[in-house]
Design a protein around this ligand. Structure first.
Ligand code: ATP
Ligand code: MG
Length: 405
């Protein structure tokens, strides 16, 4: 058996040795069949959480009430979940209660899409009661059972369908698509945090253009944070090649830019419950984009002031929007950065204390102002970054000032 399953086989074998049933399930099996890179290996078992915790020496009861135990084995953690069905669904969200069952079939039946409802045993045999392998071959996303029923149980599955379109380049089955069109309003019952997780994956997928079009076509966008009135702008999103981006702040930056929400950027990003640092990064990138869009002359001063990371992100978005070659423009910017005599204030040969000593004056706003003057003189090449030259240059500036009075 291939990695990463070979390494996880130990867990299945241990469970079996203790008289339980156990299988590989979920995204790992799907991605294995698709020959895509395999993420986390999940295991489903007939053993109850307490039993799993007794069998393995290193476990964490991460979601015992839902049947999930994290098993640590040779430095990797595996989610081992008891076969379960889900209790009553209330409010179109995933259920609070689950019932543990002893049959794999029942467990596969509660899963969202047929491609995600395939189990693999310890010999690599597939257990596939809902023709998931055929769906994978035909690149079809199809719910297990009646689509409307399944989306009414948990409306997040509609977002998941679209994010799988984006990640896998699959198509929605006719029934699945129609059900989303009809039941899109149910998404309003889903917590923003869960929507954001799926939406970020959607933005980062290789086929995001298709998924973004579907978001509009199915009307799902209307029930997502702050998008209700943005149909026209959303239609533009699919025109750009999002796969050229790599950072979270870049995806959100381009998204906010194309939606034209710069005026209300912070409240907009807060609606999505994004972390503060990410919001700050997006804000910085869009500020730079605003400045360089008008005047695409990167100068050493600008690059020093913005810092390389944010500058590269802004340049990437700018190049993408203007259809220029991203790699070339990024390389140019890196070269310009390499040519900076200092990269950040820390590298200055002097600090505020030196200035206070030289001028025999107490600290105040003048210190930061003067440090900026010194930085600019160094960046522009007027002086070198050594304290003798800086001192001499400052004395000269002072003499000039005095002469002018
Ligand atoms: P990824 O590779 O992105 O992790 P995944 O298919 O593994 O994709 P997960 O969110 O990790 O997705 O879920 C693991 C499995 O749990 C899924 O493959 C599916 O069988 C099941 N599942 C997850 N979320 C739901 C849901 N909302 N409704 C029904 N089944 C779900
Ligand atoms: Mg997974």
């Amino acid at each position: 058996m291939k990695q990463p399953f070979a390494k996880a086989l130990h867990i299945i074998k241990q469970l079996k040795a203790h008289g339980h049933d156990a299988y590989f399930v979920g995204g790992a099996v799907r991605d294995f069949l698709l020959r895509r890179p395999i993420g986390d290996v999940d295991i489903a078992t007939s053993a109850l959480p307490e039993e799993v915790m007794r069998i393995f020496p290193k476990t964490i009861g991460v979601g015992v009430e839902h049947g999930t135990v994290m098993v640590l084995h040779e430095g990797t953690s595996y989610e081992v979940t008891t076969f379960r069905t889900e209790g009553k669904y209330e409010d179109y969200r995933r259920p609070q209660s689950v019932t543990f069952v002893r049959s794999l079939h029942e467990d596969l039946k509660r899963r969202d899409f047929t491609m995600n409802a395939i189990a693999m045993d310890e010999h690599g045999q597939m257990i596939d009661p809902f023709a998931g392998q055929e769906a994978i071959q035909m690149k079809i996303i199809r719910t297990v059972g009646d689509a409307k029923e399944r989306f009414s149980e948990d409306a997040l599955r509609m977002m998941r369908a679209l994010r799988f379109v984006s990640q896998l380049g699959f198509y929605l089955s006719e029934e699945t698509k129609e059900a989303i069109q009809e039941l899109a309003p149910l998404l309003a019952h889903i917590s923003v945090e869960r929507i954001t997780v799926e939406f970020e994956k959607l933005l980062q997928g290789a086929y995001s253009q298709e998924a973004l079009s579907l978001l509009v076509e199915t009307n799902l966008y209307k029930y997502m944070p702050g998008l209700c009135e943005k149909r026209a702008q959303l239609e533009q999103l699919a025109a750009h090649n999002w796969t050229l981006l790599t950072e979270r702040a870049e995806y959100w930056g381009l998204f906010a830019y194309l939606l034209d929400v710069q005026q209300t950027l912070i409240p907009f990003l807060r609606l999505w419950k994004l972390p503060n640092q990410l919001i700050k990064d997006v804000q910085a990138i869009l500020n730079i984009l605003g400045e360089i869009k008008q005047n695409n002359d990167w100068t050493k001063e600008k690059l020093y002031r913005y810092g390389l990371t944010h500058a590269l992100s802004a340049e990437k978005i700018r190049s993408l929007l203007s259809g220029e070659k991203i790699d070339i423009n990024m390389a140019k910017l890196r070269q310009l950065f390499d040519s900076l005599p200092i990269k950040e204030r820390k590298e200055l040969a002097i600090n505020g204390n030196d200035l206070m000593r030289w001028f025999n004056k107490r600290g105040g706003p003048w210190v930061a102002e003067m440090l900026t003057l010194v930085e600019n003189a160094i960046i522009s090449g007027e002086i070198e970054n050594n304290d003798e030259q800086i001192k001499e240059w400052l004395a000269q500036c002072n003499r000039k000032l005095e002469e002018n009075y």
